[in-house]
Ligand binder design. Structure first.
Ligand SMILES: [Zn+2]
Length: 333
């Protein structure tokens, strides 16, 4: 009996051995696949769906675990709460190609993946939380990064009183006047970009003119005082900036116009060939229309199709493509 069944037992044992070996091979195949997917840890996978504040499911748990792994403080891994939003905003603000929306989307996923891979390095807490973009609508703060091409200047974020850029130059473009006056000036990087944009405009057969660039703190003070004396403080604040709160003081701004509207700075500029061309092409040279139509609630300025702000090509492209404002791009909303 025993002798007869011995070969059978040996065959069964060998069978188990082969089976186990195969299963192990399959398992290691699977974990390798996950590694190739870009996540080092086979348990953490960047979710696919868009996630935002209030989201609450397995995907949120995954995202929060990944954010914690990168170094962010996440108190509740099960919920996309203010911790998660702040972490996402902070992360996004460290990559110029991302708008700091606080919403997890495909673009954010792409860069988070690079961070997990080690190909895109960030420092948790060194982005949004450290940028001067967090003033509430009830206050005005003085920014500490006036030389940053992404500096936020608005009714709640003022440039330092005496701030004057140290690299102001006159861009080699057309002006409707000939005097050498301060408003011809811009910071070097912005001036170079403006020249490129005007050259491209010439090629496209349009007739751009630069009207007003740099404006000092004192000049803005005089302007605002004059407007306030004429129309009252409240009215003046609607169409003019208080000293320190004008982007023109940054040296990154140029108001542009065209002969068709008699070189004025008016809304009609948007209907001219020049205005239309600017709207579709300015971002290719690093400029944005700073006060877009229908964004008054965010910018607190009426539509100004002539007021261009230099932010650099990457940021300008994101702002143009997403049709957002600088405030939204920086997460200051
Ligand atoms: Zn302007």
């Amino acid at each position: 009996m025993v002798k007869k069944s011995l070969p059978v037992i040996i065959m069964v044992i060998m069978g188990i051995f082969i089976l186990t070996a195969c299963t192990n091979e399959q398992q290691s195949d699977q974990s390798e696949k996950k590694d190739n997917d870009g996540t080092r840890n086979s348990e953490l996978v960047l979710p696919d769906p868009q996630l935002k504040e209030g989201s609450k499911d397995e995907d949120v748990k995954q995202l929060n675990s990944i954010l914690a792994k990168i170094g962010y403080t996440i108190t509740d891994k099960n919920t996309f709460n203010s911790d998660t939003k702040l972490a996402i905003k902070d992360f996004q603000s460290q990559q110029v190609k991302l708008a700091a929306t606080g919403i997890y989307d495909q673009d954010t996923k792409k860069w988070l993946k690079k961070t997990l891979d080690g190909t895109f390095k960030i420092e948790p807490g060194n982005g949004f939380a450290k940028e001067d973009v967090t003033a509430s609508k009830a206050e005005t703060i003085t920014v500490t990064n006036p030389k940053d091409t992404l500096v936020l200047v608005n009714k709640h974020h003022a440039l330092p009183t005496g701030f004057e850029p140290d690299d102001l130059v006159i861009p080699d473009v057309r002006f409707p006047f000939t005097e050498d006056i301060p408003k011809k000036y811009m910071r070097k990087e912005a001036a170079d970009a403006l020249e490129k944009m005007f050259a491209a405009g010439d090629k496209a057969g349009i007739d751009l003119f630069a009207q007003s660039g740099y404006r000092s703190y004192d000049r803005q003070q005089n302007l605002f005082d004059a407007y306030a004396a004429k129309d009252g403080m409240e009215a003046a604040n609607k169409y003019s900036a208080r000293p320190g709160e004008s982007e023109h003081q940054s040296g990154l701004t140029m108001d542009i116009t065209s002969p068709d509207i008699d070189y004025q700075l008016t809304i009609e500029f948007s209907d001219t060939d020049e205005g239309k061309w600017i709207k579709e092409n300015a971002h290719n040279y690093g400029f944005i229309i700073r006060y877009p139509e229908d964004k008054e609630a965010i910018t607190e300025y009426q539509y100004e199709p002539w007021h261009l702000r230099y932010v650099g090509k990457d940021a300008a492209t994101v702002i143009y493509e997403k049709q957002i404002t600088l405030e939204e791009y920086l997460g200051a909303v």
